[in-house]
Design a protein around this ligand. Structure first.
Ligand SMILES: Cc1cc2nc3c(=O)[nH]c(=O)nc-3n(C[C@H](O)[C@H](O)[C@H](O)COP(=O)(O)OP(=O)(O)OC[C@H]3O[C@@H](n4cnc5c(N)ncnc54)[C@H](O)[C@@H]3O)c2cc1C
Length: 472
């Protein structure tokens, strides 16, 4: 049996550890905190709230992982959301349904031609997914020539379409006249902590995937998925060591973690965690308020309240400021999952994009910033629910970029690497490091952040580590 160390118990590390153990290797997972899940933590009180990821897309990636490790029996149920998300502006609401016709009907209120524009947008997003998304997601990124060879297999038309992509905002402007529907499309750049004015139109593959594969909720919350993976690790004999801030070193041909030698190492810590930031730009961080409301709200499962000026919002965010008129995202899991709150209560996760920290002074500003953002979140919730009183809203907790930084995310950035520019996303750190036997997994590496993508990175890291161990 070969010995493998996995450093970090986020979704990427958990996936790699489980797959390598299932392949017959002796795996030790080092987690520096006292819980697994990394950014996917849970607040369990009268209501249950995820404090990190809330929305599951690409459910087949998660299912395939559990199938590969022989743990389908542990996989929690997924709820497919017919109303995928509600978006609102003063006096206006756009509902995005799984059913395209219902979504197009909702788009009609934004002007003549906007429903047709949305239909065309989704058709183009599907082409973008085929041209750029499929070749990007189907194998570890090992260089542009290999990627281009995979892209060419989809035909020269698809390949040329991929080459001509501009920014996500440019794509939105080609399909929509209304600022509201442009904002709807542009928001998908924030799934990578990026600005739609600088990120590639390739990010349109996210709304395509949500439409084609659904928006899902994990019954019991994302924490239930972490618990299921933890159980699977136990079954597979993975040695999980908590409270271990591990570092790897390479001495001649030997890899060492702590004092112990290993034949391969998968690093789920951010590849830049121990490096000075220098001039490197980081993807966005976030502020989260965890609220309990003393009655059951009619709030949708996912509800976004847009700020009035998206260009100004991103300009403020990437200048290091909190937005003056921020877009707020509410997640209300009890809307579709009765296990998340008693019948007369609502748990509400409220999130605002925030700049990553660049200095001690940025970190020191957060107590005051939290107070401002908390009031904005509660104020918006009260506005959405006329009759709801301030004293019915309890604050269970808040999470800031400082909390994320303390868990090892450079600058508290949720997605680490900032994929701005046409080829931005190809410049991510690769899974195969320059040291033989050392591989990366997680949100900063290929293919990117978000639960399904980091699980893919864990799968690719396990594949490459297994091939290394077998001498392939
Ligand atoms: C507020 C918020 C909302 C989000 N919303 C969504 C969403 O709705 N949908 C979605 O798909 N994604 C969402 N995400 C993103 C998603 O949570 C992350 O991309 C994903 O969970 C990151 O997984 P990871 O494998 O990169 O590991 P991480 O979660 O970054 O975990 C890394 C782990 O490694 C440990 N570690 C670090 N260094 C060491 C070391 N030296 N030794 C030992 N252990 C170490 C850390 O303690 C941590 O447990 C959200 C994230 C946040 C914070």
């Amino acid at each position: 049996m070969k010995r493998v160390a996995v450093i970090g118990g986020g979704f990427g590390g958990l996936t790699a550890a489980a797959e390598l153990a299932h392949a017959g290797h002796r795996v030790t997972l080092f987690e520096r905190s006292s819980t697994l899940g990394g950014k996917a933590q849970v607040l369990d009180a009268e209501v249950t709230l995820d404090t990190g990821p809330t929305l599951l897309s690409m459910p087949d990636v998660v299912r395939a992982t559990f199938e590969r490790i022989g743990a389908l029996d542990l996989l929690p149920r997924f709820h497919r959301l017919p109303l995928q998300a509600r978006y609102s502006w003063p006096g206006r609401t756009f509902d995005c349904f799984e059913d395209l016709d219902a979504t197009l009907a909702s788009a009609r209120q934004f002007g003549d031609g906007e429903a047709t524009g949305l239909d065309r947008f989704y058709a183009e997003a599907a082409r973008i997914h085929r041209a750029a998304g499929e070749p990007y997601l189907e194998a570890p990124f090992e260089g542009l020539p290999q990627f281009l060879a995979r892209a060419m297999k989809r035909g020269p038309g698809a390949f040329m379409a991929g080459l001509q992509l501009g920014t996500l905002d440019g794509l939105a402007a080609r399909h929509f006249r209304s600022p509201e529907l442009r904002q709807f499309v542009n928001r998908f750049a924030t799934y990578a902590g990026a600005s739609p004015f600088h990120a590639s139109a390739a990010f349109a593959l996210i709304p395509h995937l949500e439409r084609a594969e659904g928006v899902h909720h994990v019954e019991g919350g994302m924490g239930a998925l972490v618990r299921a993976l933890h159980l699977a690790l136990g079954r597979l004999g993975v040695d999980v060591q908590f409270g271990q801030h591990a570092r790897w070193t390479a001495h001649r041909k030997e890899l060492v973690v702590g004092d112990a030698p290993f034949d391969a190492v998968v690093v789920n810590a951010d590849p830049f965690a121990d490096e000075p930031l220098g001039t490197r730009e980081l993807a966005l961080s976030g502020y989260v308020a965890l609220l309990q409301v003393q009655r059951r709200l009619p709030l949708a499962h996912h509800h976004v309240v847009f700020g009035g000026d998206y260009a100004r919002e991103f300009s403020e965010l990437f200048s290091g400021e909190i937005p003056s008129d921020p877009t707020l995202y509410f997640c209300h899991p009890a809307a579709t999952d009765q296990t998340m709150a008693p019948p007369n209560r609502s748990g509400v996760f409220a999130m605002v994009n925030a700049p990553a920290l660049r200095s001690e002074a940025d970190a020191a500003a957060w107590p005051a910033r939290s107070a401002v953002l908390l009031e904005k979140c509660i104020g918006a919730l009260l506005q959405l629910h006329p009759g709801l009183r301030r004293d019915e809203v309890l604050v269970l907790g808040q999470r800031t970029p400082v909390d994320l930084a303390m868990r090892g995310a450079p600058g508290g950035s949720i997605y680490g690497f900032l994929p701005h520019g046409r080829l931005g996303t190809f410049q991510r750190p690769r899974i195969r490091s320059s040291t033989p036997g050392v591989f990366f997994s997680g949100g900063s590496t290929h293919p990117g952040g978000g639960v399904p993508l980091v699980m893919l990175s864990g799968h690719f890291a396990a594949q490459l580590a297994h091939a290394h161990l077998e001498g392939v």
